[in-house]
Design a protein around this ligand. Structure first.
Ligand code: UDP
Length: 311
């Protein structure tokens, strides 16, 4: 039975990945220090003999008994709110944590999977973003802790590939949403849905003209699996190209929740908030045969239902 280590496996995406790996017949070990993850996300797996959770900070030396076939490195806070409150942890988990996870993969002869991000493109001057675009990142901006650390993570992953012939996979994740996001996460999907359901003002940052493209979590995880089982190394964009301005998005959520909340405008959280973001997924389509299947409306409906049970 193949065995996978998932760092950050108690997080939003990590826990969905664990579900999928177990469903594929793998044994799964999670390392997570729970600074943004939660045991609630994996509570349904705890009694599964093929699943093991270890509370651990992956910036420390990683030790795991026995064979490991896959190392999925997902550990990292990822909400812009965390970029100020957890700035040093973000730098460390993507720099030192990636180094440790690579070291373990090398020692075990495992495939290494890096969860990178569309943030490597920064505030992009090319639209939509292809994997060839080299980005527009401010290293000393508030987002720099995340963007530059993920860029470093990609570069050290390539170094292990080139120097040690490690089998690597790099995915660049665009905005993703779904059940198990933290309600207090600070990102736009939980913020808008939580505010709309509670009848509180829906907070659009800036003038709301900035765009994002939202992918449902199960589609994203399907892209991960296709990449891991392919002969590609990436980097490869995985995301849903359906693009909305944040003002349109606020209106869509208000209407889907039948909310009477008013829409208010607040200053941007970070000055370097990307003005536009949409993945070019030609590579994922042609090299992996991957495409998102869950339409935005359907995914939002499922996410709204989830948050309704949490309020
Ligand atoms: N945003 C917003 N209101 C909120 C939270 C976020 O208008 O309550 C905007 C934010 O300024 C950004 C976009 O929504 O332009 C997506 O933000 P998020 O925090 O989800 O992640 P990002 O894509 O910026 O990393």
């Amino acid at each position: 039975m193949p065995r996978a280590l998932v760092t950050g496996g108690a997080g939003f995406l990590g826990s969905h990945l664990c579900d999928r790996l177990l469903a594929e017949g793998m044994e799964v070990v999670v390392f997570d220090n729970l600074i943004t993850g939660s045991t609630d996300n994996i509570a349904h797996l705890i009694d599964n003999p093929k699943f093991r959770f270890v509370r651990y900070d992956v910036t420390e030396y990683l030790y795991l008994d026995g064979a490991v076939d896959f190392v999925f490195h997902l550990a990292s806070p990822a909400s812009p709110m965390d970029f100020t409150t957890k700035a040093i942890q973000i730098s460390k988990v993507n720099a030192m944590g990636t180094h440790k996870a690579l070291g373990l993969a090398r020692a075990k002869g495992a495939k290494f999977f890096l969860a990178s991000t569309s943030e490597v493109y920064g505030d992009p001057l090319e639209h939509p973003q292809t994997e060839e675009y080299l980005g527009n990142v401010n290293p000393i901006g508030i987002r720099g802790v995340y963007d530059e650390a993920k860029r470093f993570a990609e570069s050290i992953t390539m170094a292990y590939h080139r120097s040690h012939d490690l089998d690597i996979k790099i995915v660049r994740i665009f905005n993703t949403y779904g059940p198990r996001m933290r309600l207090s996460d600070g990102r736009v999907v939980p913020n808008f849905i939580g505010q709309a359901l509670r009848g509180e003002p829906i907070t659009v940052y800036g003038d709301g003209s900035q765009t994002r493209s939202f992918c449902y979590c199960s589609d994203l995880v399907d892209g991960f699996l296709r990449l891991v089982l392919s002969d590609q190394t990436g980097p490869i964009n995985i995301g849903n190209p359906t693009e909305r301005t944040m003002l349109e998005f606020a209106e869509q959520i208000k209407s889907m929740t039948n909310s009477r909340s008013e829409i208010v405008f607040l200053p941007l959280l970070t000055a370097d908030d990307p003005k536009q973001r949409r993945p070019d997924i030609t590579k994922a389509q042609t090299l992996l045969g991957w495409e998102p299947k869950i339409a935005l409306e359907e995914g939002l409906q499922r996410t709204i239902s989830y948050f309704q049970t949490r309020l």
